[in-house]
Design a protein around this ligand. Structure first.
Ligand code: 26Q
Length: 817
């Protein structure tokens, strides 16, 4: 990467281009244009610059003769692009000035951009951070995803209940950063049958699909930080092939033919809103195959156009599977190599199994994907045959390793026997990949120990770890400009590309002036959040309070309801314990629940009701406020994260694969209160025990508590504070006149058996909060801890994650241009 390179920029030409787009693309005038039109015109003018660079990159023979990584993911939660791209291009100041000249404020225009919410949460956001780091470090890459018409639903609250509404992120005008690539469209089949035929005396097979659709690619530019390299994020949109059914048109059945068009559009209509839970619907499998098939064909097209042989595919291309969602790409590549390119099985397998690598993001059994054999057979008959054959050869290997051990064969088989036979996508992924990785040290250990121990025996060194990371460009430089400036004033401005340099600010951790400046920045960021809350939610907040933040998808394993119990305990003590003294505190939540996850929605409802009561209860003298920010998304995370004093990372040990919000908040100077789970373990290693609040059972203690028979009532009866806190959920304390409306959450924690051990961890969680509250009273020592968090989390840059993939898995080289 070239240091602090400035792009040449012609301000006059840029302004001209904005004006041209205003009139000729958006049909308005400078006098009449709304802020929205100005934003669109500016975006279009900028996109022209990056499209040019993207095409240059695409045609660069140095890149085409080097190895690239193809990142396949059903989700890319990229967030707004305009501000971030301006930073990467190094044009923020110039464009800001140009827009001022045109009578516009850049910061206001940036607010006009809708977040492209093409992901659910962690997995999708990770994919976006990885694209940023690949481009920044000039590793040749293409991201492949889906061009959903509707992204993750928008969330609002009606009487405290989550309401979902569709997210038409492109609005009517389209998204200025995307560019259609009709020349690269592909045709994708479904259903149909397998035909057996003879060729040169050999029996061959081919798939005759029963229907097909068109995959139209849209490219978004991934602009490398301070580099001219722009790699594409290629998103496939499903379209009908027109004229779809000539027969129906000719029969005069116009509407029948139109119907087919409508159905084809459905495949990429909407992102599935489940996170860490699979729901085996036909349309979801169609999305997965549509995505994999279009991407694999595009990869082969690029490979062949560069003049390389099929046998050299693994030398030039690696395909990273973001969880099992694109795993059907493995049998798809095999099918193309064998049926279409005429290779033999062994040759094809040698290529395929050296091309794919798989990242596992979860151990939760309900999130491990399986698809019914009969569904795959119907939708993709040839792929099912190929899966059987992969399995057949694999089970021979298993029998050689463990002769006579039928249980091993059953456990490792790609096919799960039972009333409905199911295809286990994780097993297929491990068997068909040259490397498999977990996403944090602890998680990767558990993948080996609990999820795939036999695979680890069979294929030593296939199972690896790559600890997740976050891009410091978006998650510090862009979202926290004041802290960025303070950091640069002491250690220079190279840190966004070399995050380990932040360690140098550790020397200022005891410096009174630096502490005071650091805390002043935090205060301004807290004020920015408080202003947002006042404007949008009409709740008044005091920045002297501790800002205590839990922002992530709503899931029982993430234990937002444990946080809620802590709030109830504070409320109880404020009302009943005259001795009780606490630093004022604001607890922030932001979380979407999957629309079909009823208990998660009940927890949202309970927190909202508790917030409504507490926030207006004069008896507690503004000591405690609870704010549930609706519609959590990347752009609101960019406001909340810089303002956090305390980062809640409180999942049951062993359940959160990594977490990445934990890294973002620590980087922005928040102290973590967390369990020994996911990447919290490594954050503790980096920042040191004094600068993090660890509580609760660890993985081994969780296992032994469960095996001894866990009974939440034991804790309920033994701990009066816990009992009092839980009992507040009964009656009508928070739902005046309507008792029992918060009962579902209460019941899940007691009669429901408390599957995520909230009650077992409650006492130590409350204690950790108390320790933290004491510490906060000493602002100098708090500042020191906060500074050390920022200083010591350089490891969690996604640049480092990508280098780990490059060195240990992908084995590719950066291409300086
Ligand atoms: C699967 C089948 C059908 C429909 C939906 C799904 C589905 C979709 C999304 C299953 C899982 C997901 C998302 C999982 C996810 O976000 N996992 C998180 O990944 C992060 C990045 O590695 C980790 O930091 C988190 O710990 C992990 O929970």
């Amino acid at each position: 990467m070239k240091p602090t390179q400035q792009k040449s920029f012609d301000t006059a030409a840029f302004k001209q281009s904005v004006k041209k787009h205003l009139t000729s693309t958006y049909a308005t005038t400078e006098e009449r244009a709304s802020s929205r039109s100005w934003y669109l015109a500016m975006g279009s003018a900028l996109a022209e610059l990056t499209t040019f660079d993207m095409l240059q990159t695409e045609q660069d023979s140095k890149i085409n003769n080097a190895k690239s990584v193809n990142y396949l993911s059903l989700e890319f939660l990229i967030g707004r692009l305009t501000g971030n791209n301006l930073i990467s291009l190094g044009l923020y100041e110039q464009v800001s000035q140009a827009m001022t000249d045109l009578g516009q404020s850049l910061t206001d225009l940036l607010e006009e951009e809708r977040d492209p919410s093409l992901g659910n949460g962690g997995l999708g956001r990770l994919a976006a951070c990885f694209m940023d780091s690949l481009a920044a470090q000039e590793f040749p890459t293409v991201g492949y995803g889906l061009h959903y018409e509707y992204g993750l639903f928008k969330q609002s609250f009606v009487d405290g209940h989550q309401q979902e509404s569709p997210d038409a992120w492109r609005c009517v005008e389209g998204y200025p950063w995307e560019i259609a690539r009709p020349e690269l469209a592909q045709e994708i089949g479904f259903y149909g049958h397998v035909e057996v035929y003879q060729e040169e005396g050999k029996e061959k097979r081919r798939w005759i699909p029963g229907m097909s659709v068109k995959a139209m690619p849209w490219d978004l530019p991934i602009v490398g930080y301070q580099s001219d390299t722009v790699y594409p994020l290629r998103l496939w949109e499903c379209r009908a092939i027109a004229p779809f059914s000539l027969a129906s048109f000719n029969n005069g059945d116009y509407f029948e033919a139109q119907h087919a068009l409508i159905d084809a559009g459905n495949i990429t209509k909407v992102l599935y809103p489940n996170d860490n839970h699979e729901k085996g619907k036909t349309l979801r499998l169609m999305q997965q195959y549509f995505h994999s098939a279009a991407s694999v064909r595009d990869i082969l097209r690029r490979h062949e156009e560069a003049g390389h042989t099929l046998a050299s595919l693994p030398k030039y291309e690696t395909i990273q599977l973001n969880d099992t969602h694109p795993t059907i790409a493995i049998p798809e590549l095999m099918r193309i190599l064998i049926d279409e390119k005429g290779l033999g099985w062994d040759e094809a397998w040698a290529i395929s199994s050296e091309t794919f690598a798989y990242t596992n993001h979860t151990l939760l059994p309900e999130a491990l994907e399986t698809w019914s054999e009969s569904l795959i057979e119907r939708l993709l008959p040839r792929h099912m045959e190929i899966i059987y054959h992969i399995n057949h050869l694999f089970l021979q290997e298993v029998r050689r390793k463990w002769p006579g051990d039928v249980a091993k064969q059953q456990k490792l088989s790609i096919i799960e026997e039972g009333f409905h036979r199911m295809v286990r996508m994780a097993n297929l992924s491990v068997i068909g990949s040259y490397a498999v990785n977990g996403v944090a040290a602890l998680h990767s250990q558990l993948v080996k120990r609990d999820l795939f121990p036999e695979f680890d025996d069979l294929y030593p060194s296939k199972l690896q770890n790559v600890t997740n990371g976050i891009t410091p460009r978006r998650w510090l430089k862009f979202c926290n400009p004041d802290l960025s400036e303070l950091i640069s004033s002491r250690i220079g401005n190279e840190w966004p590309a070399h995050l380990e340099q932040l360690e140098q600010i550790a020397q200022y951790a005891d410096d009174a002036e630096f502490q005071q400046q650091f805390m002043a920045v935090k205060k301004r960021n807290k004020q920015r959040l408080a202003d947002w809350v006042k404007e949008h939610l009409d709740v008044e907040l005091d920045t002297k309070a501790i800002f205590d933040v839990q922002i992530k998808r709503l899931h029982e394993y993430k234990r937002q309801h444990l946080n809620m119990l802590h709030i109830l305990s504070l409320y109880h003590r404020l009302l009943n314990d005259p001795e009780f003294d606490m630093v004022p505190r604001v607890v922030f939540f932001a979380a979407k629940a999957a629309p079909g996850y009823h208990l998660a929605k009940d927890i949202i409802f309970a927190i909202n009701k508790i917030a409504a009561k507490i926030n207006h209860d004069p008896r507690i003298g503004n000591k405690l406020k609870v704010v549930f920010i609706p519609d959590y998304r990347v752009s609101i995370a960019e406001i909340i994260i810089p303002a956090a004093d305390v980062s809640e990372q409180i999942s049951t040990a062993g359940k959160e694969a990594s977490g990445t919000g934990n890294m973002k908040m620590a980087l922005n100077g928040a102290l973590t209160i967390g369990t020994m789970d996911g990447a919290n373990v490594e954050i503790r290693e980096e920042v040191g025990d004094d600068n993090i609040y660890i509580f609760g059972l660890d993985v081994n203690e969780v296992v032994s508590l469960r095996s001894n028979g866990y009974n939440p009532f034991d804790y309920y009866h033994a701990d009066p504070l816990l009992k009092a806190s839980l009992d507040l959920l009964l009656g009508d304390e928070f739902t005046s006149g309507e008792p029992d409306r918060l009962r579902a959450t209460y019941d899940s924690l007691l009669d429901g058996g408390d599957p995520y051990l909230c009650l077992a961890d409650f006492a130590s969680y409350v204690q950790a909060h108390q320790d933290m509250d004491r510490q906060y009273r000493d602002q100098s020592s708090w500042a020191k801890k906060a500074i050390l968090n920022t200083a010591l989390v350089g490891k969690f840059s996604s640049d480092r994650s990508i280098r780990d993939y490059v060195n240990n898995i992908w084995k590719l080289e950066a291409i300086e241009r």
